[in-house]
Design a binder for this molecule. Structure first.
Ligand code: SF4
Ligand code: SF4
Length: 146
C-alpha cells in the first residue's frame, strides 16, 4: 500500500460513511517501493517488471517509485470481508482511507505504467537527454517511420 497525502477532496459525511461499501480493492494488490531508475540498466530492470502480467509500476505523490502486484489477499472472503480483521497486519490497520487511490480522493499527479511502452513514453518526455543518450535507435526507428 502506498502513502502520501496531497490535495484531498472533501467528502460529504454520507459519502465518507459509504466509501468502502462494496469495495475490497485495497485487499487485492501488494505494492513495494523501489529505487528510482537512474541508469539504463536500472531502467531496463523496470521494463523487465512490466513484461509480467499483473505487474505495474507507479510514481507516487511523494515522487517515490513503486512496483505493484495484482494479487488477492488469501484472508479476504468471498463477501469482501477480512477473515482476520482483529489480527490484520499493521499495513492494513494503518492504511488511511483518505489516501484511497481507487476512489481518486485526491487529484495529484500519480503516474502509472502498465507496459514498457508507457514507461518509455514517460522517460522520453520527462528525461529527454537521458532518452536520447541511451535509446538512439528508438529515435532512428521513429524517423524511419515518419
Ligand atoms: S479504502 Fe478505497 S480501495 Fe480500500 S476498500 Fe475503501 S474505497 Fe475500496
Ligand atoms: S489481511 Fe485483511 S485487511 Fe489486510 S489485505 Fe488481507 S483481507 Fe485485507
Amino acid at each position: 500500500m502506498a502513502k502520501r497525502p496531497n490535495k484531498k477532496k472533501v467528502l460529504t459525511q454520507a459519502a465518507d460513511d459509504n466509501l468502502c461499501a462494496d469495495c475490497d480493492a485495497c485487499c487485492k494488490y501488494v505494492s513495494v517501493e523501489i529505487d528510482k531508475p537512474t541508469t539504463k540498466t536500472e531502467l531496463e530492470d523496470v521494463k523487465f517488471y512490466l513484461y509480467h502480467k499483473g505487474v505495474s509500476v507507479y510514481i507516487d505523490f511523494d515522487h517515490s517509485w513503486n512496483i505493484l502486484y495484482e494479487s488477492r489477499c488469501d484472508k479476504l472472503d468471498q463477501n469482501g470481508s477480512c477473515t482476520i480483521y482483529e489480527e490484520r497486519p499493521p499495513l492494513c490497520k494503518d492504511f488511511d482511507r483518505e489516501d484511497c487511490h481507487e476512489k481518486e480522493l485526491d487529484d495529484s499527479h500519480k503516474v502509472s505504467f502498465y507496459a514498457p511502452e508507457d514507461l518509455m513514453r514517460y522517460i522520453k518526455k520527462a528525461r529527454p537527454v537521458f532518452y536520447k543518450k541511451h535509446y538512439p535507435s528508438h529515435r532512428k526507428n521513429h524517423r524511419a517511420k515518419a
